[in-house]
Structures are given as structure tokens and as C-alpha cells.
Design a protein around this ligand. Structure first.
Ligand code: FES
Length: 91
């Protein structure tokens, strides 16, 4: 399973993730404090995060992300970005 490194506050945590899961799902499953005010509907932006490494290891931007002007490279919605391989996420 791909390894996902999360950086938040002064902490770093690396976890294994099932491919096809969203960054938000992986964060929540590992007690990483990613906010999701709309519950993952892709409308609130509270799950916005920065992809520090390997943005190509995420599925392309979804229509919800494109509607917000996100190109699917550096800034992603955690609830929309699905994992294909190892990456690094800054909250
Ligand atoms: S949780 Fe609301 S946009 Fe992702």
C-alpha cells in the first residue's frame, strides 16, 4: 500500500493508504485532524491541502475541484483527491 506523509501543526505522520481512498478518508482513519465541514461533498473547501510531493500519484482534479479553479496539482480538496501512489500532504 502507498505511504502518505501528512504534515500538520508541528507534527509529521506517515501512514499506509489503500489506493482509491481519498486523502480525507485516510486522514480520518488515522486520527489526523483534517476538517471537513461539508462532510466530503466538495463544496466547503475546509479540507483544502497542499500536495508537497508526487501530485501525479493522485487521480486528476474532479469537477468539484475544477469549479473552484483548482488544477489538481498543488492545492487539492482532501475529500476529492483519490490516492494512486505515495505522496506528501501539508494541512
Ligand atoms: S470536506 Fe468540504 S470540500 Fe472537502
Amino acid at each position: 500500500m502507498p505511504k502518505i506523509q501528512f504534515t500538520y501543526g508541528n507534527e509529521n505522520k506517515t501512514v499506509e493508504a489503500e489506493t482509491g481512498k481519498t486523502i480525507l478518508q485516510v486522514a480520518q482513519a488515522n486520527s489526523i485532524p483534517m476538517i471537513s465541514a461539508c462532510g466530503g461533498m466538495g463544496i466547503c473547501t475546509t479540507c483544502m491541502c497542499m500536495i508537497e510531493k508526487n501530485p501525479e500519484n493522485l487521480e486528476p482534479a474532479t469537477p468539484a475541484e475544477k469549479n473552484m479553479g483548482l488544477d489538481g496539482k498543488i492545492n487539492r480538496l482532501g475529500c476529492q483527491a483519490r490516492i494512486k501512489g505515495a505522496t506528501s500532504v501539508f494541512l
